[in-house]
Design a protein around this ligand. Structure first.
Ligand code: FAD
Length: 309
């Protein structure tokens, strides 16, 4: 994919058979962030997401806030929600308790993850002595509880701790064997990388949907640092695209919108029909891309139009 390629209008004219989307949020840490998230969710809710998900802070640090954010989205926005859940740093009993809390709150989807050590706690993962060792064991626990659709993480550039792709895909297979029915990928910017990964996964006999996780870029420096930590590569053309724009926020956001649209456009052309957006709790870029995807509000979400018709 090249930034020289002009953005064409294939997406803009697709109204029928619109792709399916989901949006990821993180639980807000302050009242200001909370107010902003409410606006973001309300704006994106109109694009008819299949579900929205709320992350679980490193080491389980946001357990309460994740649950209260999910409860609120269910009550206020009436969207299908997925609660992320990690097993790092927690006993089986504690994790099972969260699964039960999700069920009691009416949550029917879980994104089951191992998790990473919190910042400053070193990078080496160690399972809790009485805990689930990895995401596959967590999937088994969620399956045993019953009543949940289980999504898991997948890594088009392999997880940084995996010895190789075979080990990585073997873990994905174990997660599927223990009940996962969908995988959401780590973000990536080179669609060839995703396509090659998808081929590997299918060759391994894994047939669940592998939904590309897309990260519209609001802050290139932050995304680059994050990408380094989680083993996602930053192509040269992307770096050049954002180059020399440090003092030009307006052009930066136009470049970000163009590149996000181009990435999705290209994936649609490759036959991909479902996308998960890492929104970073911001609506603007994700909203624009969904608009280009042809996603429009339901009539019931527009009472004045529904009444007039
Ligand atoms: P697993 O599936 O258990 O392992 C992932 C891979 O790492 C495997 O392929 C395996 O080969 C390799 N591996 C794992 N452990 C070892 C080991 N000990 N030695 C060698 N190889 C090993 N993190 C959060 O804290 N909260 C979230 O809400 C959250 N949401 C996420 C959502 C998505 C869609 C994605 C892609 C990631 C998310 N993460 C989240 C990050 C995730 O917790 C980390 O990527 C974590 O390092 C691995 O989790 P996993 O579930 O993929 O682990």
């Amino acid at each position: 994919m090249s930034i020289d390629r002009p953005i064409h209008t294939a997406l803009a004219v697709r109204h029928d058979d619109a792709p399916r989307v989901s949006f990821e949020f993180f639980p807000p840490a302050s009242e200001t962030m909370d107010a902003s998230l409410r606006q973001t969710v309300a704006r994106l809710a109109s694009r008819q997401p299949e579900f929205v998900s709320v992350t679980y802070g490193a080491g389980g640090s946001t357990r309460e806030r994740t649950l209260s954010t999910l409860r609120r989205i269910l009550a206020e926005n009436r969207l299908d929600v997925a609660g992320h859940l990690t097993c790092i740093g927690a006993s089986r009993e504690e994790v099972d308790q969260v699964i039960a809390e999700y069920a009691a709150a009416g949550i029917r989807r879980i994104v089951a993850l191992r998790g990473d050590p919190p910042e400053g706690a070193g990078t080496h993962y160690r399972p809790h002595p009485q805990g689930y060792a990895n995401a596959a064991e967590l999937c088994a626990a969620v399956s045993a509880h019953g009543g949940f659709e289980i999504a898991v993480a997948a890594y088009p550039e392999k997880h940084p701790e995996s010895a190789d792709f075979d080990a990585d895909i073997d873990m994905l297979k174990r997660k599927v064997d223990h009940g996962a029915t969908m995988a959401i990928t780590q973000f990536f910017f080179d669609n060839d990388v995703f396509e090659t990964y998808l081929e590997r996964v299918r060759r391994a006999g894994i047939d669940i949907p592998i939904v590309p996780g897309l990260l519209p870029i609001h802050d290139f420096a932050r995304v680059s640092a994050f990408a380094r930590r989680c083993g996602a590569s930053i192509p040269g053309w992307l770096e050049r695209g954002f180059g020399e724009l440090d003092d030009d926020p307006q052009t930066r956001s136009m470049v970000a919108a163009a590149l996000a649209a181009e990435q999705v456009d290209d994936l649609v052309e490759r036959g991909i029909g479902q996308f998960h957006f890492y929104t970073m709790n911001r609506a603007d870029l994700t909203f624009a891309v969904c608009h280009l995807l042809g996603l429009r509000p339901r009539m019931s979400a527009m009472p004045q139009l529904a009444e007039a018709s």
